[in-house]
Design a binder for this molecule. Structure first.
Ligand SMILES: Cc1cc2nc3c(=O)[nH]c(=O)nc-3n(C[C@H](O)[C@H](O)[C@H](O)COP(=O)(O)OP(=O)(O)OC[C@H]3O[C@@H](n4cnc5c(N)ncnc54)[C@H](O)[C@@H]3O)c2cc1C
Length: 488
């Protein structure tokens, strides 16, 4: 039977759109079906609070997009204005001091006092190896590394910060907290190898390509991908939930969903053994999100924080580790780790003149139904007395509401599958081609496949590469760049 499309992509998140772009650029007729009313998945931006305040609903800061091989070949920075701040992230501790990670390593070292030399030893060489490290972290883990020397150096640093011996390095509260905050992004127990790997990766980019914010919000990334797709003949339909592969008008399907939805959508087409392996895939702790419209800038006790789009809150390293331990045990912490992003300090499109938008989430147990507005407000107030008086309006998503917003965030798990060491290797199953399922023509193209969570589009691009090879006999990737000359 002739089909209207060569391939259907289910889900218009960054991975789904990246997959669709690669397929369309290869000359295929591509359709994208998205259940929500708007495209973007975890890269949507909306006026959640008041008119003129543009809030990133999910992702806000993009070190991994800047490092992504897919986005670099596609020319992200030529299509979207990526604002790279001077301060990558900062972490205040009680008593009016803070650790600050400037993009400039020397400036960071200077600010960290007695720990400066240790910070340089930890990151100096890794920052020089940033591209080699990205090549490794954003590749299928079972592939032979292209730069084994860099991988060994990186692995040794991960080991040094990934166990109970992590106390052996840094001495000051500020430097320890600074490193703990970046490790906490993984929503994993700390110390652990998985938190260490995630933290060091992000920290290296913090002193390298930077922690960029797209002008206009993360939606700018989704819109640019969609524009390129449409320019190459692709079709996007919103308000189109796919519950069964029979709905698709193509023989090849790439699903930007997690294993749980894959089981439900593909049903009996998946062999029982593979389904059982998918059922063993574990989802991680959750995030509970609050967005604020503010009448003015946050009155941080530490002046440097005013220029840092990303601020980590939760106190000393031991406090952060304790809070993450609670979440891993399925408990709400009394003093949770809170990630804050204040995009309007670098991007004037996010709030009316003189006013500010603030994005924040706390780590909570999977499936939490708690509205964390008060807890997050108190945590910010602790390091910025007077914050509360600036709040004009706020909007909250509990962890379970995040799943309603986007079903890929099961129980509020923003990684679409716990990024444990095991599940970074077997994601969702151990395979040299984990994007290709045993069902004919069915591929998984989300952050539940390698290289895992974050906005980098690589999961989608790898799934498209596999589908091109196995379904269409195309072994050379198409040109992706805006000038159409670059080859992948
Ligand atoms: C609160 C929060 C903060 C985050 N912060 C950051 C950050 O600052 N930086 C960063 O890099 N990453 C961040 N992330 C993670 C990042 O958003 C994700 O890793 C990324 O969006 C994953 O992309 P994806 O395409 O795999 O899935 P998603 O972006 O989740 O997209 C999946 C899409 O598929 C659609 N869909 C699902 N099922 C169906 C179906 N059956 N039929 C049709 N459509 C369907 C969904 O509606 C959605 O649009 C954050 C996530 C959250 C939730």
């Amino acid at each position: 039977m002739s089909r209207a499309f060569d391939a259907s992509v289910v889900g218009a998140g960054p991975n789904g759109l990246a997959a669709a772009v690669v397929l369309a650029r290869a000359g295929l007729r591509v359709q994208v079906l998205e259940r929500a009313a708007t495209i973007g998945g975890g890269t949507r931006t909306a006026e959640l609070t008041l008119p003129g305040f543009r809030h990133d609903i999910c992702s806000a800061v993009h070190p991994m997009a800047m490092a992504s091989g897919f986005f670099r070949r596609w020319g992200l920075e030529q299509r979207v204005e990526m604002i790279v701040p001077e301060v990558s992230y900062a972490h205040p501790v009680d008593g009016g001091t803070a650790g600050v990670a400037y993009r400039d390593l020397d400036r960071t070292v200077e600010g960290l006092g007695v720990d400066g030399a240790t910070w340089r030893r930890m990151f100096g060489r890794l920052v020089e190896l940033e591209d080699e490290i990205s090549q490794f972290t954003l590749s299928p883990i079972l592939q032979v590394p292209r730069h084994p020397g860099a991988v060994v150096e990186f692995g040794l640093r991960i080991l040094a910060q990934g166990g109970p011996w992590w106390d052996a390095g840094l001495e000051t509260r500020e430097a320890r907290a600074l490193l703990a905050g970046v490790m906490a992004h993984a929503i994993r127990p700390m110390p652990s190898l998985s938190a260490s790997a995630a933290g060091l990766t992000l920290a290296v980019h913090g002193h390298g390509r930077g922690w960029a914010l797209p002008r206009g919000g993360s939606q700018s990334i989704a819109d640019a991908l969609a524009a390129d797709l449409v320019a190459h003949g692709g079709v996007i339909e919103t308000d189109s939930e796919v519950t069964d592969l029979g709905q698709l008008d193509a023989d090849v399907a790439l699903l930007d969903v997690t294993p749980r939805q894959l089981i439900s959508i593909a049903g009996d087409r998946l062999p029982a053994g593979y389904r059982r392996r998918l059922e063993r895939f574990r989802y991680g702790g959750g995030a509970s999100k609050v967005d604020f419209a503010l009448s003015g800038p946050v009155p941080w006790s530490v002046q440097e924080l005013a220029a840092s789009p990303t601020v980590h809150l939760g106190g000393d390293r031991a406090d952060v580790a304790r809070a993450e331990h609670d979440v891993a045990r399925g408990r709400h912490s009394d003093d949770p780790f809170v990630l804050v992003v204040q995009p309007s300090v670098v991007d004037d499109t996010r709030a009316p003149a003189g006013q500010h938008s603030l994005w924040a989430y706390a780590h909570v147990p999977s499936g939490s139904t708690r509205d964390m507005t008060e807890v997050i407000t108190a945590q910010i107030e602790r390091f910025a007395p007077g914050f509360r008086e600036l709040v004009l309006a706020s909007h909250s998503f509990s962890a379970d509401e995040l799943e309603e917003h986007d079903p890929n965030y099961i129980g509020g798990d923003i990684a679409s599958g716990a990024p444990s060491l095991t599940q970074l290797v077997a994601r969702p199953v151990l395979s040299t081609d984990p994007w290709r399922t045993p069902a004919k023509g069915v591929y998984l193209a989300s952050s539940s496949v390698p290289p895992g969570p974050s906005v980098h589009g690589m999961g989608g691009a790898y799934a498209a590469r596999s589908a091109l090879r196995h379904e269409f006999g195309i072994t050379t990737l198409p040109a992706l760049g805006p000038d159409r000359k670059a080859t992948a």
